[in-house]
Design a protein. Structure first.
Lengths: 230, 300
């Protein structure tokens, strides 16, 4: 029936994995960016040996005529050892998958998906630099993540580039420990270690504090906001 | 049930839904994502709380039904009068009434439990002969979450806890879909009723010393402005269009009844040049909204 979130899967995904995906899957209005071509990247652990790399985007009008667009998420569930050639860099895995045509909205949906093959070596990629030149916030973010803290970065203009840069700075063996989303609204149901938020009001700040999430506003963003308010 | 547990000089708060210990600094229960504001309101009021579950498939009309139900109760025109116990409870009413005033239906309820709105109100009887005062708690679950919970029990603990504790349950079925879209709605409603029965049977099994007559079940055919046959004879409509559900209820629930309800007098569909459809209410004309609750209260 319409309304179920997990509408297609490939063979080899068991019930527990499906349940985990449903738990982390965003639903209606979860994307922060409401433009029709908006998307975001999400990475989270499925179990101790697998990681889910997903892309969330809009998939057309909401089917029940209540306004808004469908939020569609495409998951790639990978064994951790297969990410080793990618130096456990989830953004690198995602970029390779996207370049090969995966994690893209299909024209037609089919309940049975095929397993995919990724190359044993990743596409050539350049070392990412943060969207902002200030390295203090990024270093502080890395330190907090290495201390197993949860972090929300506020007001960062290019989250995907920024998260890639942060992962570049993590030791290889710790990279897959960091779950993140580059563009979903905060939810207590999705305990991402790293999250990017455009703004944080008092209510959201209280919710983040209750979940022990550290809010950081990179200094360059802070200065640009101060300039705008004059 | 009291929601406050005393440990020495410290008083801890219990979640109103799952009874887990929660901190005043939290915003949601860690286990079931029930808002702390609800648990706090329940603890302050004390006394017994009555849960009412409003269940149904996605787009059955749960949000509109609950929001307008509180609006009708707060206006006090019928046998029952309802007063919201806190600002959080008015949020659902405000969302629905504001949307309808703008000739729109509210957007789909997200499946994330921390996005759900909870209705907590004090119900009083308007009948001078019958004294009635009770607190009602009714969460606005997302239909997709209900569907997922039926398929994989435990995915949404709040649903399980509330259904287990509900003295009355409303199952909402889109009457137009029931009539026009084949047996899908009947089958889903039957799955939902089976889930309820299984959950309650489990609880009866664990509490052998207690008798449980089972929940009072009201099946409400919504959007009956577009389905006059449901309005005219809800039980007959059920017999003709949801025979599986009807038979299951007869065999399982000793107290059940069928109703029809609508919120708008008429509605239409706007379609843009990209094919995007938007349902539009033309005017608000509630019918049969409070009757299922009145019946549940009389029979529970």
């Amino acid at each position: 029936m319409k309304g179920y979130q997990l509408i297609a899967r490939s063979a080899g995904l068991d019930r527990d994995t499906a349940q985990t995906l449903c738990r982390w899957a965003p639903s209606h209005s979860a994307l922060i960016d409401q433009r029709f071509d908006a998307d975001c990247l999400n990475v989270f652990p499925v179990d101790p040996r697998h990681v889910a790399i997903s892309r969330t985007t809009f998939g057309g009008p909401e089917y029940s005529g209540r306004g808004g667009d469908q939020v569609v998420t495409l998951f790639l569930v990978a064994p951790l050892e297969q990410c080793a050639p990618y130096e456990f860099h989830s953004v690198s895995v995602a970029e390779t998958a996207l370049a090969l045509g995966h994690l893209r909205l299909p024209i037609t949906s089919h309940p049975q998906l095929a397993a995919i093959d990724l190359p044993t070596c990743p596409l050539p990629r350049r070392k990412h630099e943060p969207a902002l030149g200030d390295s203090t916030a990024w270093q502080q973010t890395v330190e907090l993540l290495l201390a197993n803290q949860r972090v929300a970065l506020v007001g960062v203009p290019d989250p995907i580039t920024s998260v890639a840069a942060i992962i570049d700075r993590l030791p290889i063996e710790r990279r897959m420990d960091v779950s993140f989303t580059t563009g979903l609204h905060w939810s207590s149901r999705r305990e991402f270690r790293l999250q990017f938020l455009p703004t944080v009001d008092r209510v959201l700040n209280q919710k983040l504090a209750a979940q022990q999430v550290r809010c950081l506003v990179p200094a360059a963003v802070d200065q640009s906001l101060a300039v705008a308010s004059r | 049930m009291t929601n406050l547990v005393e440990f020495g000089e410290t008083t801890a708060l219990l979640c109103a839904c799952c009874a887990e210990e929660i901190s005043e600094q939290d915003t949601y229960c860690f286990d079931c994502q029930t808002p702390i504001s609800l648990s706090r309101a329940v603890a302050l009021r004390g006394g017994s709380q009555h849960f009412i579950s409003v269940l149904g498939a996605s787009n059955a009309g749960k949000t509109v039904y609950l929001g307008l139900l509180l609006d009708i109760l707060s206006n006090g025109g019928g046998p029952l009068r309802g007063l919201a116990t806190g600002a959080f409870s008015v949020a659902l009413q405000a969302q629905v009434v504001t949307a309808l005033e703008r000739r729109m239906f509210p957007e789909k309820t997200p499946a994330e439990a921390d996005a759900w709105k909870w209705l907590h109100c004090q119900i009083n009887s308007q009948d001078a002969k019958q004294e009635l005062q009770l607190d009602l708690i009714a969460p606005d679950f997302a239909g997709e979450a209900i569907a997922m919970e039926i398929e994989q029990a435990g995915l949404f603990p709040a649903i399980q806890h509330v259904v287990s504790r509900s003295s009355g349950i409303l199952i909402l079925c889109d009457s137009v879909q029931v009539r026009d879209a084949g047996p899908g709605e009947d089958l889903f409603a039957m799955k939902l009723a089976s889930y309820i029965a299984q959950l309650r049977a489990y609880r009866i099994d664990r509490r052998r010393s207690q008798t449980d007559a089972g929940p009072v079940l009201a099946i409400v055919f919504t959007k009956s402005d577009g389905c006059p046959e449901a309005s005219a004879d809800p039980a007959g409509f059920a017999a003709n269009n949801t025979p599986r559900l009807l038979e299951f209820c007869r065999q399982t629930f000793s107290r059940h009844a069928f109703f029809a309800a609508s919120v708008v007098g008429s509605s239409g569909t706007l379609v843009d040049d990209s094919g995007k459809q938007l349902n539009v209410p033309f005017h608000v004309e509630p019918r049969g909204v409070s009757e299922p609750l009145e019946w549940i209260i009389r029979n529970s």
